[in-house]
Every structure is written in structure tokens, then in C-alpha cells.
Design a protein around this ligand. Structure first.
Ligand code: ATP
Length: 617
């Protein structure tokens, strides 16, 4: 396929807000692609050259694209800048300049353009910015005007076609059968290997039957399982019977990928016969750490990496645990506010010394070539214990990687006692795990149950919400450039975000600043396609769905101005659309913390509804 053809698809996708038409367009696109290019097209659809979990970014700012355009079309930077000021979108600027320059431009193959963009993304070190600008300017001068629109947007991370991975999975299902019937099978493979390029390429080359054989691989994060909630030992025993109880540690979840076989990550991209490897380190062991939202955070936690190398004796393993700060004096775990200071990009080793982490491991998903996803919890646990060097409790203070403690219980009273003990120790609560439960990659299920301290009389858990937009502040907050901000939850049925509250209080100055920095980074030119917002909740500025915040609230109530769970219909007397059932809204919402989550992992409308009902409605 030529890149110009792909650009026509980009344009069609850009011009629709309907999810069904997006699925149809994607299916048509996928049908038209051949093996060897469908994977690259999947990454390009996300505005990338590799899956999201690979830490490779273009690292280009507006200024550099302006330079590349100037160079391609014989303009000064000032001239390009002037058009940019008028149009507000470098994609449109590129398209216009290319059209004005005349000529049709070459029909480069998608694969060729992909290679060039990969080079742009991979080059680093001295002189790399200059090289990136030169390569882009060559692409601009060689391609047609519509292609230029997208070539400008991709390195700026502004492709934003307005759909999530789930829509791409639907597109693949439609490609196969013209219906969504294959989506569950495709999604099951995606949960184990959330690499859209791999998924699409496997379907093309091996069909659905080939895809069903998908196994975990070291280096590709598995979508993490999630827990249901209950609020007492009695309920837990009734639901899953005899079970394993673990403390619920309040840190952050890490999925560890470890191998003695993969000495360094194999080169993933070949350009002109030359390997552009991702992690060409010469360490003996391969260790990668992934956060809850599948971000590669290996570089942030050198102490955990060393702990894994010292204490894991498998050839290959994928396991999970909670990283949490602890006091070197007393050995006690520290509150989340301490742990969270380790989530940083600078002064890493200094902070690692000040606030050492302990990784409390609670899951084994894969070991020495064998997937354990379908194995019962009890068996997984046994294997987990067997891959630790000296997993006894001696010298615990010196160990970075430790096993979670478990107690097998079948009595509600005992579970409640362990819960109280956990709270006394300053932990968040407990996790109950079904002994025969498998690991449900990417799903929330009853194989894991969380029982947390309630934050208020009515609402039993916090809510993870997506920041959707904000108003410019007044008074003191004018200084931060941000006032009230609008938050919403996820509707997996429609792949949209629906509002539940506008928040204006309860943030520290530092939190306001963090919110402003991220909001500016993800600022959207207009309301994103996936938002459903009542006009009463309109914001001064809109933000792409990227930031997830954890919210405490007193209660879930009903409100006509919020769209989560709201039902619209014709009024009895007239034809106007009116609110038939008001939406869900949060009473006294307060920010608890910023979460490392994908927006699609935020609390869902269904969960809000369940929480609302549990309040006694
Ligand atoms: P969810 O994961 O349910 O979407 P969440 O990210 O808000 O929600 P919590 O409500 O805090 O998470 O509960 C699950 C989390 O608890 C896990 O993701 C993990 O980080 C943490 N956790 C702490 N201790 C354990 C444990 N022993 N077993 C499993 N998870 C644990």
C-alpha cells in the first residue's frame, strides 16, 4: 500500500465521530493491506512506530517541524511560523505548503515511510536533532500534500484519530467476518500480548486459529488482572469460599520481565539492513519493569532491577508485585506519599538511597517457557515460591524482593481479623484470592477481591477518573492557570468518556501545578471525539484522555448535568431531547492522587452504577 492511500484512510477516520463508521473504515483498510505492512499500519494508526509499551518517542517539538518544513519548501522559519499562527495546526501548514509547491509528489510505500519515521524516532545522541529534521524535510518534499498533513502530525504526537485500541480490535474482527463476533477471541490474545502490530500480523498470516495460540513473551507486558470489591469477611467467604488472604500494600504495581536467555533485547527494527536495537545493553540478564499502565519504568528503579537479578533463580519469568517504600531503621512499610517520590525521571540513584523500595511479589504469570495464566492460583503460588533464592525470612531487611505473606482462610472472622491487623499496620486493606482462580489477563473478576478501608460512610472505594477539561482559574488559582476541572468515567460499550464531576478544591499547590503541566501537555484544540459532555459542563480548555486521577467522594448522587448513566429521550409534550434519567454525579469530590493508568482502565459507568446501588438505592 502507498502512504497516500493510508493518508486517505487517516482522513476518513479524522472526519467521523461515529464509532461504527470508524470500525468499518478500519476493517476496509485492514482488508486492503498485506502481510508485512499491517503491523506497521497498526502502529502508525496510533501515531507511533512501535507498540505503546516500547519507550520510544519521536521527541520533536513544533519548532523542529517548522524547520523541516522551511527546508523542504524554501521558506524562512518566520514565514512558516506565520502560517502556523494563522492555522494552529502544523499538519494543515504542511499540506498547504506542499500544495503550493506544486507537483504531485512520489507514491512512497507505507513500509518505506515507516522506515524513515522509525529512523527519526530512533536516532539519538549528538547531531540527532539535525538528522531528524533533514529526514523529515526529505519526506515532506517527496510526498503529496495529504500525506504531508499526517507526516507533520505523527512526530508531534498529534495524530489523534479519536479511537482506542479496542476500536482497532473491532476493526480486525470486522475484517474477518463483517461482524464483531471474533472480537472476544482477538481481545483474549491482545490481553496476553497487547501489541496491535503483532495481533494484526498474526491474524493476516495465521488466521484466528493461529492467534488463539498466543502465549506471553518476555519483554511484552501482559495486561494486568483487576480485583472486584467486597466489604467484609462474610461476603468474601460467601463468594469464593476458602481462599488466600494477603495484605494489600499501598505502593505501585510492577510487572517484572526477567530472562537470562535474552541477553539484550533483540533489535526490533531493521533499516537498510542495519539494526536499530532498542536496548543494546550488555548486561548478563534482561530485566524490564512495567507499570500498571504498561509503561516501561525500568530506569526508575535500579534497586528493584538489582534485587530481581540477585533473588530470582529462573531462566525466564514474568511476575508481579507491589513496590513500596520501607524504613531502613524499623523495616516498616511507609505511606504512599513516600513511595510515590520514587516515581521520577531525575536524581534516581540519590532518591533510591534515600527511599529504598521493597518489591512484594504476589503473582507468577510465566516461567521458563511455560504460561501460567490458565493455572490455578495455588499452583502458581507454589511455583512462585520455588523461583526465589532463599525465600526464607532471614535477613529480610537486606532483601529488596520478597514474597507476599499469605494465610489460607475459610472463616469470615479470621478474614476480618487479618483486615483489622492490616489497617493497624497502616496498610490499605486485604486481597482475597480464589484458590482455584486463574489469572484473568486484562479483566476484572472475582478471582481477586479487594477489601479496603472505607473512605466515607457511603462510598466504599475511590474512583479513578479521567481529566477531560478545565476552566481558567480565579483568585489564587489564576496563578496556576487552572480552576475547576472536569472529570469522567469510561463507558466500555461506546468507548466514550462520560462526566461525573467538576472539581475545584482539595488540591495542594504542588498538585495544581502538576495538573496544569500535564493538562498543557495533552491540551486538545477542541472537545475530543470520545467525550460526551452536557453544555452546562463546558470547559474553557479541553484535554485529551490521558490523565487518570484517583478521587475520594462522599457519595454518588444523580444529576441532570452529568452524562455518566444519563438517559435522554423525547419529552412527552414536544420533540426536544430531554433528560429522562439523570446521570451519576460525585458529591464532594476530592483529588487523592494521580494514577498510572490507561484512560480505558478508569472506573467504568457500570462500576459507578454498582457503587450507587450499594449505597442503598
Ligand atoms: P484496579 O486494579 O482494581 O483497577 P486500582 O488500580 O485502583 O484498581 P486497587 O483498588 O488499589 O487498584 O486494587 C488493586 C491493586 O492493589 C493492584 O493493582 C495492586 O497494585 C495492589 N496490591 C497491593 N497488594 C496486593 C496483593 N497482595 N495482591 C494483589 N494486588 C495487590
Amino acid at each position: 500500500m502507498n502512504f497516500v492511500r493510508l493518508s486517505q484512510y487517516f482522513s476518513e477516520l479524522e472526519n467521523t465521530t461515529s464509532r461504527n463508521s470508524m470500525v468499518g473504515i478500519l476493517a476496509k483498510l485492514f482488508r486492503e493491506t498485506s502481510e508485512g505492512e499491517v503491523d506497521k499500519i497498526c502502529y502508525l494508526l496510533q501515531g507511533r512506530v512501535l507498540p505503546l509499551f516500547e519507550p520510544i518517542e519521536f521527541g520533536l517539538a513544533d519548532r523542529m517541524i517548522i524547520k523541516a518544513l522551511g527546508r523542504a519548501f524554501n521558506k524562512t522559519e518566520d514565514q512558516v511560523n506565520k502560517i502556523f499562527k494563522a492555522k494552529g495546526d502544523l499538519g494543515i501548514v504542511a499540506e498547504q505548503l506542499r500544495a503550493e509547491a506544486g507537483g504531485k509528489g512520489d507514491k512512497l510505500l507505507v513500509v518505506k515511510v515507516y522506515e524513515k519515521l522509525s529512523e527519526v524516532a530512533f536516532f539519538s545522541g549528538p547531531g540527532s536533532v539535525e538528522k531528524k529534521i533533514t529526514m523529515l524535510s526529505e519526506l515532506f518534499s517527496n510526498l503529496d500534500s495529504l500525506s504531508c498533513r499526517y507526516i507533520a502530525r505523527i512526530p508531534l504526537n498529534k495524530l489523534r484519530l479519536g479511537f482506542s485500541d479496542m476500536t482497532i480490535l473491532d476493526g480486525l474482527s470486522w475484517m474477518l467476518s463483517g461482524t464483531k463476533k471474533d472480537r472476544p477471541a482477538i481481545e483474549a490474545a491482545y490481553n496476553v500480548r497487547p501489541d496491535l502490530g503483532f495481533i494484526a500480523e498474526t491474524i493476516k498470516t495465521k488466521g484466528l486459529a493461529g492467534l488463539k495460540k498466543t502465549k506471553p513473551v518476555v519483554g511484552t507486558p501482559i495486561l494486568m488482572t483487576r480485583a472486584e470489591r467486597l466489604t467484609g469477611g462474610e461476603e468474601i467467604v460467601k463468594k469464593i469460599g476458602r481462599c488466600a488472604i494477603e495484605y494489600k500494600y499501598d505502593g505501585f504495581r510492577l510487572q517484572v520481565h526477567f530472562s537470562k536467555k535474552v541477553k539484550s533485547q533483540k533489535a526490533k527494527v531493521k533499516i537498510d539492513g542495519q539494526n536499530l536495537g532498542l536496548f543494546e545493553d550488555d548486561k548478563k540478564e534482561f530485566v524490564r519493569l512495567f507499570s500498571r499502565n504498561l509503561e516501561d519504568v525500568t530506569n526508575m528503579y535500579p534497586d528493584v532491577v538489582q534485587g530481581v537479578i540477585d533473588q530470582i533463580k529462573a531462566e525466564e519469568a514474568i511476575f508481579e508485585g507491589e513496590a513500596i517504600a520501607f524504613s531502613t531503621k524499623t523495616g516498616e512499610f511507609l505511606p504512599f506519599q513516600e513511595t510515590v517520590q520514587r516515581r521520577r525521571k531525575y536524581d534516581i540513584s540519590q532518591k533510591a538511597e534515600e527511599i529504598p523500595l521493597r518489591l512484594v511479589v504476589f503473582e507468577l504469570l510465566y516461567v521458563n517457557g511455560e504460561s501460567l495464566l490458565e493455572t490455578a492460583y495455588q499452583e502458581r503460588r507454589k511455583k512462585l515460591e520455588s523461583i526465589f533464592v532463599n525465600h526464607d525470612k532471614t535477613n529480610l531487611a537486606k532483601k529488596t524482593v520478597v514474597l507476599s505473606e499469605i494465610q489460607i482462610c475459610d472463616k469470615a472472622k479470621k478474614i476480618d481479623e487479618i483486615f483489622s491487623e492490616a489497617i493497624r499496620k497502616g496498610l490499605e486493606g486485604i486481597m482475597a484470592k480464589k484458590l482455584q482462580g486463574v489469572y484473568q489477563a486484562g479483566a476484572r473478576g472475582w478471582n481477586w477481591i479487594k477489601y479496603k478501608k472505607s473512605y466515607s460512610a457511603k462510598l466504599e472505594d475511590t474512583i479513578d477518573a479521567v481529566v477531560m477539561g478545565y476552566d481558567f482559574g480565579q483568585g489564587k488559582r489564576q496563578g496556576f492557570g487552572i480552576g475547576d476541572f472536569l472529570i469522567g468515567v469510561y463507558d466500555s460499550q461506546t468507548d466514550k468518556f462520560l462526566t461525573v464531576a467538576k472539581i475545584g478544591t482539595g488540591l495542594t499547590d504542588e498538585e495544581w501545578r502538576t495538573l496544569k503541566v500535564s493538562s498543557s501537555k495533552y491540551q486538545a484544540a477542541s472537545i475530543p471525539k470520545r467525550y460526551v459532555v452536557d453544555k452546562a459542563m463546558k470547559c474553557d480548555a479541553w484535554v485529551e484522555p490521558k490523565m487518570v486521577v484517583e478521587i475520594n467522594a462522599d457519595e454518588i448522587t444523580r444529576s441532570p448535568v452529568h452524562t455518566a448513566g444519563r438517559k435522554m429521550g423525547k419529552s412527552k409534550s414536544g420533540t426536544a431531547e430531554t433528560v429522562i434519567v439523570p446521570g451519576f454525579a460525585l458529591r464532594f469530590p476530592r483529588l487523592k492522587t494521580f494514577r498510572e493508568k490507561q484512560p480505558e482502565d478508569a472506573t467504568t459507568v457500570e462500576e459507578i452504577e454498582k457503587m450507587y446501588k450499594r449505597q442503598g438505592h
